[in-house]
Design a protein around this ligand. Sequence first.
Ligand code: NAD
Length: 377
Amino acid sequence: MLIGVPAETSAGETRVAVTPETAKKLIAQGHRIRLQSGAGVAASATDAAYAAVGVEISDAAGALGAELVLKVRSPSAEELPLMQSGAALVGMLDPFHKPGLQALTDAKLTAFALEAAPRTTRAQSMDVLSSQANIAGYKAVMMAVDQYQRLFPMLMTAAGTIKAARVVILGVGVAGLQAIATAKRLGAVIEASDVRPSVKEQVESLGAKFIDVPYETAEEKEAAEGVGGYARPMPQSWLDRQKAEVAKRVAQADVVISTALIPGRAAPTLITAEMVQSMKPGSVIVDLAAGRGADGVGGNCPLTEAGQTVVKHGVTLIGETNLPARVAADSSALYARNVLDFLKLVLSKDASALTVDLEDDIVKACLMCRDGQLLRN
Ligand code: NAD
């Protein structure tokens, strides 16, 4: 099958969906790969590195015109007309963004959004949310370190002692856990909060303290269990108690990293403007939910500005919206392997055709549209 790999055109997107490593494997399986010249450059993969494993270098139209197109982000309005009706598309296609999915449907594509894969053991090797969130959690700490005008570890020197940084992590999914592990390696003292009770043990096993907010009603406990491993909106009674506990920790924190998300909904507000005002000057907030707040602008903190680093009340707020793109080589390496594993489910053994098996729960969950029909409800 002819596989196309166009260069990403979304602002700030530096990743690429196929690396020379995964291209070599796909070619060994009998596929042809056509890459848009320069598609891998921002991720440290040159045209020469692709050509060395047998990839054909072409222009945008050549890559987008393939039978199967592998991308990081959804094709733009300019790219869609260059795609063939009936072609297949695999990428992070934003399954909660209906107008985007409608455009793919109208272009008569067979489109698979990898973010929609279930969080099951079998799907782990193709779990793009995990592979990219892991990197985001690491990079969030690195960006905080860069902005913070003090050190993370405790230092005892002849010139006196420097205290360890106090770091608070809000939301302990994949990104939050990696943020804890990374800050811990740098010697910070860490506290973390999440709605899901199962997280407490994981937080403690990484050497951080869990901010306990006990569940007082059956409704609170049930909501906290979440669904499919994801959080659900919590009752206001619990959120109010969590807010009081978090406010105390945030006032003492040097760095806050927030990652709290609820799929398909606005990110919860966990750091209010008053909490920011209570923080010490020079403190840093990294808001991984930037741009996903109720207003579509803020994040877990309403003062966050998506895509910007701003200083408010003496606190630096980092609102980077695509942290994996800042670690493009490794995030592409992991993403490309996720894509490669997913393709095993949808490509025939002889590399000649797309096979869409709707009995397969992963394929079914990822399939957004086919034959002009929107399948995501
Ligand atoms: P996510 O990005 O959807 O959310 C980040 C975190 O924010 C979650 O831990 C969530 O509970 C938390 N959160 C939401 N509202 C909050 C609030 N008001 N206060 C504090 N925290 C709040 O999560 P994710 O990283 O995608 O992980 C989701 C789940 O999937 C986790 O249970 C994770 O362990 C699980 N998972 C399973 C597998 C697998 O089994 N294959 C793989 C990866 C992840």
